[in-house]
Design a protein around this ligand. Structure first.
Ligand SMILES: Nc1ncnc2c1ncn2[C@@H]1O[C@H](COP(=O)(O)OP(=O)(O)OP(=O)(O)O)[C@@H](O)[C@H]1O
Length: 264
């Protein structure tokens, strides 16, 4: 469904962030993108919806070449790509409900959204989503009254109300404690399964990625150096991606967590 061909990004500063990336993500597949700081993970995710403009290559979503679209076409295409951010990117002074509904901005037009007149069907869907993520009772709270985990749940609802085919998820757990991180990863992967959504999740925590996704792509210096199941991430492979480190502990952590998961 998503195809990247020779995707390349060189920033104006001369930093080469991505070099000839080729990647295919079938519909409904959730994959984790791992790699050290500066490997190009955020750039890759942002080149897909062109928040960052690629300098070479092609991005295809089904039969649409995103890299060829003008601004109107891009605006429309972005509806089918929901984004979830590390820092949640909520509007602090707006309520949870208003933040969720802002995910419909690409559909309802400026004046309607400015006047906050969303169709009833959008409001109903927002209530359904908030219920699904356990935040129904918080619909009228202001975003700045929420915890990090609750904020990320709102961010998830806002992305899903767009009715996307693809979720682009940038470090969803980087600001969260370990338990909340697991809950958020579980929620994202469950929702993708329920809705048949594909997702690319950029994540620092290798053990967390290994617990929740069937496919891991490892980036190093703007190139893909691993693409396979989490079980294939041997200490050697992790060293190739991240450099020298004691990886046995990380792998054991993922295995321990599997046992805890199974017991839960
Ligand atoms: N706006 C920018 N201008 C210039 N160079 C940039 C910009 N954004 C990123 N880079 C460079 O591009 C490379 C890839 O950065 P990117 O943020 O995509 O990596 P990352 O893997 O997401 O890192 P992190 O895990 O730390 O977020 C780095 O060398 C970075 O310095």
């Amino acid at each position: 469904m998503l195809r990247l061909k020779n995707l390349t990004k060189t920033y104006k500063t001369g930093d080469k962030a991505l070099t000839n990336i080729g990647l295919e993500v079938p519909s409904g597949q959730v994959l984790a993108l791992i790699g050290p700081s500066g490997a190009g993970k955020s750039t890759l995710i942002r080149c897909i919806n062109r928040l960052v403009e690629p300098t070479g290559g092609e991005v295809w979503l089904d039969d649409l070449e995103l890299t060829k679209l003008g601004s109107a076409g891009l605006r429309k295409a972005r509806r089918s790509m929901g984004m979830i951010f590390q820092e949640y990117a909520l509007v602090e002074r707006l309520t949870v409900m208003e933040n969720v509904l802002s995910g419909r901005l690409g559909y309802v037009g400026f004046w309607r959204s400015f006047l906050r007149r969303y169709p009833q069907s959008d409001v109903d869907e927002a209530f359904r989503l908030l219920d699904r993520v356990g935040l129904l009772h918080m619909a009228d709270k202001r975003a700045d009254e929420l915890s990090g985990g609750q904020r990320q749940r709102v961010g998830i609802c806002r992305a899903l109300i767009q009715n996307p085919k693809l979720l682009l998820v940038d470090e969803p757990t980087a600001s969260l404690d370990p338990k909340t991180s697991r809950q958020i990863m579980r929620l994202i992967t469950e929702l993708c399964r329920e809705r048949g959504l594909a997702a690319i999740i950029n994540i620092h925590d290798v053990a967390l990625a290994q617990m929740f996704v069937p496919r891991v792509v490892g980036l190093r210096s703007g190139e893909i150096v691993y693409d396979g199941p989490p079980t294939g991430l041997s200490p050697d492979k992790l060293t190739e991606i991240y450099g020298e480190e004691d990886w046995e502990a990380t792998i054991e952590a993922a295995e321990d967590d599997d046992e805890i998961e199974a017991a839960e």
